[in-house]
Design a protein around this ligand. Structure first.
Ligand SMILES: Nc1ncnc2c1ncn2[C@@H]1O[C@H](COP(=O)(O)OP(=O)(O)OP(=O)(O)O)[C@@H](O)[C@H]1O
Length: 259
């Protein structure tokens, strides 16, 4: 791992100091205060997502895949920036042959010092009865973000509560942003949308099981509101996605019964 980080530091040169903040299945994520091509912009923090070479893949296939995924994620971020109502990181630069994406940094710290993703936020609020209304509002807004994404025929592909990050706004208000579009794609298929909803529902169930029923109800409420605004009330588009969501759920249940 140290070797990969040293390789990144070497590639970016000492003019771009970086700090490793996450090491996921697919990528290493760094923070920097240096903008890639505007040295006067020194007041912000940026994210550099780097997909390292995978030793288990043939080098040529690895290069092609890295380029494909880096470009795919960058294109998606660029497209999202043109969609009204979507909150996602801003694409700043893309270096597809070397696997780097620069993007704006989303989020900060919760009052307990944890990073402000939805997972930590729900943990942080789970014992505070007075926060219910805030949690409800946040989850409705999260559902709405997913709904807007789907109405625009994009699916996320990896909707976990860590891939939803909250930006503080005002004293006690949090605005959700979707991040990590590495598996996202353009899709008109209700199946893909149903799967997106199912993945998030499972993520909420497994990490926040005591309140999952309410949390998922609020998420769906926000999701439906996006469809109602986009297509009008009681649209067939919404009915079809919800029907598919139910089917995907049933398939999931059967699979877990069979083991
Ligand atoms: N734009 C961003 N702003 C703030 N934090 C970010 C941003 N992008 C990524 N991160 C942080 O880095 C982590 C990993 O990023 P990301 O999910 O994009 O990479 P990944 O390799 O797909 O990770 P995983 O395999 O865990 O899903 C995120 O959970 C988040 O904490």
């Amino acid at each position: 791992m140290d070797e990969i980080v040293t390789g990144v530091e070497h590639y970016l040169t000492e003019n771009v100091p970086v700090k490793l903040i996450s090491q996921g299945a697919e990528a290493l994520v760094f923070e920097t205060s240096v903008h890639p091509y505007n040295p006067n912009k020194t007041d912000e923090t940026y994210i550099i997502k780097y997909r390292p070479q995978k030793a288990y893949r043939h080098p040529q296939i690895d290069k092609t895949l890295t380029k494909h995924r880096t470009l795919g994620e960058s294109r998606c971020l660029a497209k999202l920036a043109t969609m009204s109502g979507i909150n996602a990181p801003q694409l700043i630069a893309c270096d597809p042959y070397n696997g780097y994406i620069w993007q704006s940094k989303i989020g900060g710290l919760l009052p307990n010092g944890e990073f402000s993703n939805l997972k930590n936020y729900l943990w942080f609020n789970k014992n505070d009865p007075y926060s219910t209304i805030n949690v409800e509002n946040v989850l409705i807004s999260v559902g709405k973000q997913i709904g807007i994404l789907h109405c625009n025929q994009y699916v996320h592909g990896d909707l976990t509560s860590s891939n939803i990050v909250l930006e503080k706004s005002g004293l006690n208000n949090w605005i959700p942003f979707l991040i990590d579009f590495g598996l996202s794609s353009y899709s008109t298929l209700v199946e893909d949308k149903g799967v997106d909803l199912y993945v998030l529902e499972r993520a909420i169930l497994s990490t926040h099981s005591s309140f999952a029923e309410n949390y998922n109800k609020w998420l769906l409420k926000g999701y439906e509101s996006a469809y109602n605004e986009f297509y009008g009330a009681k649209s067939s588009e919404l009915v079809q996605v919800l029907k598919k969501f139910e089917e995907v759920r049933l398939r999931g249940r059967k699979r877990s019964m069979i083991g």
